[in-house]
Design a protein around this ligand. Structure first.
Ligand SMILES: Nc1ncnc2c1ncn2[C@@H]1O[C@H](COP(=O)(O)OP(=O)(O)O)[C@@H](O)[C@H]1O
Ligand SMILES: [Mg+2]
Length: 259
């Protein structure tokens, strides 16, 4: 059996009286593609916030590569190989596409402060490697011709893709994507999803995806976790999820797309 790279046990988060996440459990293995679905307000983004260290859990533990990282800072999670995008895009709006992505690589690079300050030979060599990596990623996501545009001036779909490139630029082991196709037209969304699949394979990383379009989730994910009122109500293959009464009643029998 493959060892889990990320494991959360009995994870809980309360905001005042609201129990946003309750007794959540997850075990992620190397290079799997997992879907996280559930109605609005179910706690999906909060789960991502917890698993990426953006917020601290009220209860439970998170282990990365067998090491307890519960309660550590987001930067520690990032350095340990966790990357994520946000439901609401967060880019450096007054900086170019290239600058946005390069800044993300610097966050992950293990830089010596003085080397950075004096721009030594090693620094310059590292910088070139990073810049090449950024260019390759921009090319993969068809953003190379927009490298000098300000993030502010990009279309919504392009901004979403820059966010993903930023996350990938940190060279992550696990990538959390919070509704990456939100606001895109169906064609853009479909293209993006294919790209995610390709990147997941090429870079051999683990991807967890929050996505409302069930066709997309069914197509893409090997297994799906279903959240409702902060609780994990089901976990299984796409087929098992579709056949589950618990999942159906969580969505009140409506089709999952409009949930
Ligand atoms: N920072 C916060 N402060 C207070 N309540 C929050 C906060 N973040 C999320 N919540 C609440 O937690 C619940 C789950 O929210 P969220 O994780 O955003 O759900 P989802 O992403 O599934 O739509 C909601 O009731 C939401 O209002
Ligand atoms: Mg959300």
């Amino acid at each position: 059996m493959t060892k889990a790279i990320l494991e959360a046990r009995n994870l809980g988060k309360s905001f005042g009286g609201v129990r946003a996440v309750d007794r959540f459990e997850i075990e992620l293995k190397k290079s799997e593609l997992v879907g996280l679905i559930g109605p609005n307000g179910a706690g999906k983004s909060t789960v991502f916030n917890l698993l990426s260290g953006a917020i601290k859990p009220t209860d439970g533990t998170i282990h990365l590569f067998g090491k307890d990282i519960t309660g550590k800072k987001m930067v520690d999670f990032a350095q340990a190989g966790i990357a994520r995008t946000f439901q609401n895009i967060r880019l450096l709006e007054e900086q170019t596409v290239f600058e946005n992505v390069l800044a993300a690589t610097h966050k992950s690079a293990n830089r010596n402060f003085f080397a950075n300050l004096f721009h030594t030979k090693t620094w310059r060599r590292e910088e070139m490697v990073l810049q090449e990596r950024v260019e390759l990623l921009l090319e993969t996501f068809s953003l190379l011709d927009k490298r000098n545009e300000l993030a502010n001036n990009l279309s919504y779909g392009d901004q979403r893709r820059v966010e993903i490139v930023r996350a990938l630029a940190t060279d992550p082991e696990v990538l959390f994507l919070d509704e990456p196709a939100a606001g895109m037209n169906p064609a853009e969304g479909k293209e993006l999803v294919q790209l995610i699949e390709q990147v997941q394979k090429d870079y051999n990383i683990t991807v967890v995806l929050i996505e409302h379009d069930m066709d997309v989730v069914m197509d893409l994910c090997e297994r799906i976790l279903v959240l409702d009122y902060g609780k994990l109500i089901f976990s299984g293959t796409p087929q098992e999820v579709m056949a589950s009464d618990a999942v159906r009643s969580a969505y009140l029998g409506d089709d999952l797309i409009n949930a």
